[in-house]
Design a binder for this molecule. Structure first.
Ligand SMILES: [Fe+2]
Length: 431
């Protein structure tokens, strides 16, 4: 199948054009939903002042809402429905069949049910896959003839003619609750990001209730937290990331280093849960407005091929991204300052210190630092190398980076990532 991500012109011209300094400085749009964070977002009784329930309900004239969720997060649905039913007379329909990676057939099924009910408000309740399923089904609901595979990011989606979107995350990682991106998957294993030049997929509201993330097991806390950290670093290092987005990314990185180990150690401790939920949301903002990085492209390929958690995979490639990008930008030094590992004498030592700091955090949350650690067999890895090297450059996170890595450079990253060794940036390949 041919997807828009394989489009030659987009790859060769679209990426460089978007990154071009003279173009990106012409205007700097910044898209975010209205965000509510805290413990009182679903109150059953009216308050003195309009609260989150009133402000969301105000967006709906039909008072018909559709919840998109999965078989885990569906347990939170009654808490969401109740205040809207009692205080604003809403009717609800619920679809709870969202699956990991948002497979296209589940998106179609969800959209069909949505169409039958005809809501003007959609609640996306769950982790990234549930929220991405809701976004894609929403597009399908608004435009039944849409072709997801070939939908170019340069074409407006024309959403919000039928409904608006409210995102309610139950994990702390993907940032989908604030981002203008939805990633869906196809039976051949390819994951297709959908967005649009105008990020219309940015939800109208993001409602962050930390109690919804309390049941997450430690591995999921680590994986989603690793994803959030990678979003913040990827975005901070991305060419298109301006000062506004950099500021948010830096604060998110600081918060994740402080709170992720505590959220991992004690999943019932509410403060780390709340801080991680906020940090993951914050990391999603520069990701959506400022861009991603090669760790996501590399992680998508390996994670998709060997079925390893997205967050664990992208995090594993983060040290390599820092090394590779250090060729073209010194932004990594700001991260060294933030995390207290800057060596005043040597930028090279600063970078080593940064990677060590990162890997210490990874070990604290039992995240693999090499593909061998992650359980990838050497045989399978070598056998699939040709596919790995050809698939990775088709990922948008790859061609919106600072520069296109050569096949030889890409090979060097993957080979080292297998053992966990760092790149030799003084070698011929990287000069
Ligand atoms: Fe991610």
């Amino acid at each position: 199948m041919t997807y828009w991500t394989h489009e030659y012109l987009l790859r060769t011209w679209g990426g460089p054009m978007i990154q071009a300094e003279f173009l990106r400085d012409l205007s700097k749009p910044f898209f975010v939903p209205r965000v509510f964070s805290g413990f009182n977002l679903f109150l059953e009784t009216p308050q003195l002042m309009p609260d989150a329930v009133d402000l969301v309900a105000r967006e709906s004239t039909k008072k018909k809402a559709f919840i998109v969720t999965d078989d885990y997060a569906v347990r939170f649905a009654p808490k969401i429905q109740s205040p809207y039913e009692k205080r604003h007379g809403f009717k609800f329909a619920l679809w709870d069949k969202a699956k990991p990676d948002a497979p296209i057939d589940t998106v179609e099924d969800c959209a069909e049910k949505m169409r039958a009910f005809g809501p003007d408000l959609i609640f996306a309740l769950g982790g990234g896959s549930a929220m991405d399923t809701a976004k894609a089904a929403w597009l399908y609901y608004e435009h039944p003839d849409v072709n997801f595979e070939t939908l170019s990011p340069l074409v407006p989606l024309n959403l919000r003619n039928k409904a608006k979107l409210v995102a309610i995350p139950t994990t702390s990682g993907t940032g989908s609750e604030v981002s203008g991106i939805a990633v869906i998957s196809y039976p051949d294993g390819v994951k297709i990001p959908m967005g649009g030049a105008l990020p219309e997929f940015v939800p109208d509201f993001a409602l962050l209730d930390p109690t919804f993330t309390v049941g997450m097991p430690p591995e999921l806390t680590a994986g989603t937290g690793g994803d959030a950290l990678t979003h913040a670093v990827d975005a901070f290092m991305a060419p298109k990331c301006d000062e506004l987005n950099q500021a948010i990314a830096l604060k998110a990185i600081e918060m994740i280093f402080e709170w992720l180990p505590r959220a991992y150690q004690d999943g019932d401790d509410m403060m780390p849960r709340m801080k991680m939920q906020q940090a993951a949301m914050m990391a999603g903002i520069p990701l959506s407005n400022g861009g991603s990085g090669i760790s996501h492209a590399l992680g998508h390929t390996i994670g998709g091929l060997f079925h390893i958690h997205h967050g664990m995979m992208v995090l594993l490639f983060l040290p390599y991204e820092l090394q590779v990008y250090s060729k073209t930008t010194d932004r990594y030094l700001k991260l060294c300052d933030l995390l207290g590992v800057r060596d005043k004498e040597s930028d090279e030592k600063s970078l080593v210190g940064l990677v060590e700091k990162l890997r210490t955090l990874m070990k604290t949350i039992n995240a693999p630092v090499s593909l061998a650690d992650a359980g990838v067999s050497r045989d399978d890895f070598d056998k699939n190398m040709e596919y790995i090297l050809s698939q990775t450059p088709t990922d948008p996170a790859f061609y919106f980076g600072w520069f296109d890595l050569t096949r030889e450079q890409l090979h060097d990253v993957f080979i080292n990532a297998y053992t966990g060794d760092l790149l030799d940036m003084n070698s011929e390949i990287w000069r």
